[in-house]
Design a protein around this ligand. Sequence first.
Ligand code: 4AD
Ligand code: MG
Length: 461
Amino acid sequence: MKRTKISTIFSQPELDSTVDVMGWVRTRRGNKYVQFVALNDGSTIRNLQVVFDMAKFSDEQLKAVTTGSSIHVKGKLVESQGKGQTVEVQAEELEVFGTADETYPLQKKGHSLEFLREKAHLRPRTNTFGAVLRVRSALAFAIHKFFQEKGFFYLNTPLITASDCEGAGAMFQVTTLPLNDLPKNEDGSVDYSKDFFGKSTALTVSGQLEGELGATALGAIYTFGPTFRAENSNTPRHLSEFWMIEPEMAFYDIEDNMELAEEFVKYCIRYALDTCRDDIEFLAEHYDKDLISRLENVLAQDFVRLTYTEGVEILEKSGRKFEFPVHWGTDLQSEHERYLVEEHFKRPVILTDYPKDIKAFYMKQNPDGRTVRAMDVLFPAIGEIIGGSEREADYDKLLASIDERGIPMKDMWWYLDTRRFGTVPHSGFGLGFERLVLFVTGMTNIRDVIPFPRTPNNAEF
Ligand code: 4AD
Ligand code: MG
């Protein structure tokens, strides 16, 4: 089919040419002489005005052109007479692909985001979700562009795994065993040797461990794929299935890691501002007046770098009553992170050197014996957007840390081999893709920045 995208019509209008536009009708209005249709084809937030001269079309033909119906119009592109648009199409031929009757759920503008979550199969046809999904797509491209231009290699890590990278134990089991008739060992435990993979497996919480295998061979890699967490956190910032970008670099210390993280997120934000201006302006106007200034602000400023210990001191001295009390050794909550970023420093913060007991086994241990070379990047409105670290490259220290946490050693043999054979200093981090999309779009609930969210008690669509 020969189709002219509406985005092309607005960006390179060829006046007096004949165009074939195809899309979904947003609205139709007019009188018995002339009818105006606002057409959207998903290529841009902007609707194209199609004008039907009713001397050429019958009422019967136009009757099928209702909100939600899909049509093809052949017509002439002309300068618009009316206000609100630069060009419009004078219809010459009309073809209706599919009708939509009055039960089409998106009749009016201005549905609530909660209502639209229940209509997630259709919400991409709204202005808001069209904008969010286009921004999401642009950000995904920016991510590949950034790393490819830097000579990083895209590494695909497995989704089904037998190891728990973050050690949080919040994994979705993968099994083909019959759940109501499980094979048992003599001691009553499940006999996983009978399972599909001959062992217990789950969906991955992170591709990092395999990423380290890639980095210690190719030098610098990045992953970009889905990750799964079975934690029961019903918050506006957690999904059970989310996308993560995990770069991993040999010969990088924690300083190099922080520099890369800052450059990377700034690059993505800049890219979105440059390529999705219409969409971001729409979102700013409708949801968050401060959106663009917040984005520009993050680009203009250096991120603050300070240690966890310094951060906790600031929080303790703040005199603020937090819901979760804070003292050295506690994991920081979003309210603490946001206090540091939004009220104390008023710009993004990279917090480093966390207590080792609240961080994962693979992080490089500091000489103080209490902290590890972790880094979390904290953002306004979001809290933690990136988590990463320099990795423990020393075989014995890594072994001790695995031992201390009681992680089954036999499962880790392949990971330990990176430290046994040609170990190198190396670092990496993970960016939660939806948290980046949240930040750039100004949306406030993570369920609204992924097409089909997976959260506790929700796997519809
Ligand atoms: O801090 P996390 O758990 O770190 C890791 O998984 C490391 N293996 C990363 C690495 O060093 N390669 O997760 C990284 C990021 C978080 O900062 C957050 O942005 C996002 O992933 N994230 C989530 N996003 C949505 N829903 C969830 N349930 C998330 N959990 C983490
Ligand atoms: Mg984290």
